[in-house]
Design a protein around this ligand. Structure first.
Ligand code: GLY
Length: 363
C-alpha cells in the first residue's frame, strides 16, 4: 500500500465587519473595475436597493441586479440556477463581486451562488434585518432549501466584507425586529453575561429608542458569535452551541400551520431545551424560569399556539441533519451561561414534550 500524505496549509480567514452609515465609502473602492451583481428582494429593492445601485461608483454597464420574492421559498435551487444563468451570460469571473443586500434568505442564497460559481466569487454581505446582522451574515454559512428541508444544500464560505448599518432596522416591523432579537437573547443565555445584564436592565422600548445601546447590543452578539466561529468554522464542535433552541425551533418553524418566524420558533425551542435541561438535572427550575421570563419580557412567544402531536415532531426531526439513528444531538444548559451538546433519545424528548404542551395549554 502506498500512502500519499497531503498537508495543505490554508491561509487564515480574515475579514472585517464594519458598523457604518457610510456603506458606499467602504464598498466603492473594492468593486471599482469589477462586475457586480446585487442580490436583493422586492421589499428591500423598493426601500433601499434602487437608490443603492444608483450610488455605486462602478461602471453602470457592469452592474446587475437580481431581485427575488421575499421569503424562504426564494432559497431554492431554481433561484440559484437563475443566478448562475445571469452570471454566465454576463461573463462573471472570480475577481468579480456578488453583493447581498437583504435579510438571511438573501444572504444564504447570494452566499451559495458566490461560493459555487467558478469555485468562488468575491462576496460582500450587507444585512438589512436584525436577524441577519447578528447571526446569518456572520460565520460563512450559505444554503438553499431542498425538498422542504431547510438549509440542506449549502457551503461554508466567508465574505470579503460585512457592512452593518443599523439605520436599515428602522423600516422593520416590531415582529421582524423581535425575530432577530431572539438570537440576541439566545447569545445571552449561552454565555454572554454582560449582554444578559443589559437585557435585564433595559426594556424593548428603551433599546429601540437608544441607538448607542442598540449598537452595543448588536456588537456584543456579533463579537460572541465571532469568537465561537473562529474556533470552529466548520461546525464540528463548539459552534453547535449556537443552535441552542434550534432543534425544536426548526421543527416548529417548518410547520406551516403554526406560522412562526425563525426567532419566534427558536424562543419556544429555547424554552423546550431549558425544560429538558431541568429534566436532566442540569439546570435548576429557578434558572429555567429566569430564561422563560426574559423571553416573555421582550414579547417573544413562550407558549405554543396549537397542540402538536409528538409524532409530527419526530418526522421532521428525522429529516433534520442533526439526527443520528434514534438519538439526536441537542444543546442543553448545564447551568445558565454554560451550553453543552448532548445526545438525547427521542423517547426522552417525548417525555418533556408532554410537559411543554401541558404547561402551555394549562393557562
Ligand atoms: N446560526 C448558527 C451558526 O451560524 O452556526
Amino acid at each position: 500500500m502506498k500512502k500519499i500524505d497531503i498537508n495543505i496549509k490554508t491561509k487564515p480567514i480574515n475579514y472585517n465587519i464594519f458598523f457604518t452609515e457610510e456603506i458606499l465609502e467602504q464598498l466603492n473602492p473594492k468593486i471599482n473595475g469589477h462586475k457586480v451583481l446585487v442580490i436583493t428582494d422586492h421589499n428591500v429593492n423598493q426601500l433601499y436597493t434602487k437608490e443603492f445601485v444608483k450610488s455605486l461608483n462602478s461602471d453602470q454597464n457592469n452592474l446587475y441586479k437580481f431581485v427575488v420574492k421575499p421569503g424562504e421559498k426564494s432559497k431554492s435551487l431554481k433561484k440559484l440556477e437563475d443566478i448562475f444563468d445571469l452570471l454566465l451570460d454576463k461573463g462573471f469571473n472570480r475577481d468579480d463581486y456578488i453583493i447581498s443586500l437583504g435579510g438571511g434568505v438573501i444572504g444564504d442564497l447570494a452566499g451559495l451562488a458566490a461560493s459555487t460559481f467558478k469555485r468562488g466569487l468575491n462576496l460582500i454581505q450587507i444585512p438589512t434585518t436584525l436577524l441577519s446582522q447578528v447571526d446569518s451574515s456572520i460565520g460563512g454559512k450559505t444554503a438553499v432549501n431542498y425538498k422542504n428541508i431547510k438549509n440542506v444544500i449549502g457551503t461554508f464560505y466567508n465574505p470579503n466584507l460585512v457592512l452593518i448599518n443599523i439605520n436599515y432596522l428602522d423600516t422593520l416591523s416590531k415582529r421582524e425586529f423581535l425575530n432577530g432579537f431572539s438570537e440576541i437573547i439566545k447569545t445571552a443565555f449561552i454565555g454572554e453575561k454582560h449582554l444578559y445584564q443589559l437585557l435585564t436592565k433595559n426594556s424593548y422600548n428603551s433599546i429601540i429608542k437608544k441607538r448607542k445601546l442598540l449598537e452595543k447590543i448588536i456588537e456584543k452578539a456579533i463579537l460572541f458569535k465571532k469568537q465561537v466561529v473562529k474556533e470552529d468554522l466548520y461546525d464540528q464542535n463548539q459552534r453547535k452551541i449556537l443552535n441552542f433552541g434550534h432543534t425544536i425551533g426548526h421543527v416548529l418553524e417548518s410547520n406551516n400551520r403554526l406560522n412562526y418566524k425563525h426567532g419566534e420558533a427558536v424562543t419556544l425551542g429555547m424554552k423546550y431545551a431549558s425544560l429538558f435541561s431541568v429534566y436532566k438535572n442540569l439546570l435548576n427550575r429557578k434558572e429555567c424560569d429566569k430564561i422563560i421570563k426574559k423571553i416573555d419580557k421582550f414579547g417573544l412567544p413562550t407558549k405554543i399556539n396549537k397542540n402538536i402531536p409528538f409524532k409530527k415532531i419526530i418526522s421532521v426531526i428525522n429529516q433534520d441533519k442533526k439526527s443520528e439513528n434514534n438519538d439526536i444531538k441537542m444543546v442543553l444548559l448545564d447551568g445558565l451561561f454554560n451550553p453543552i451538546v448532548k445526545k438525547v433519545s427521542l423517547s426522552e424528548l417525548k417525555v418533556v414534550w408532554s410537559d411543554f404542551i401541558e404547561e402551555d395549554s394549562s393557562d
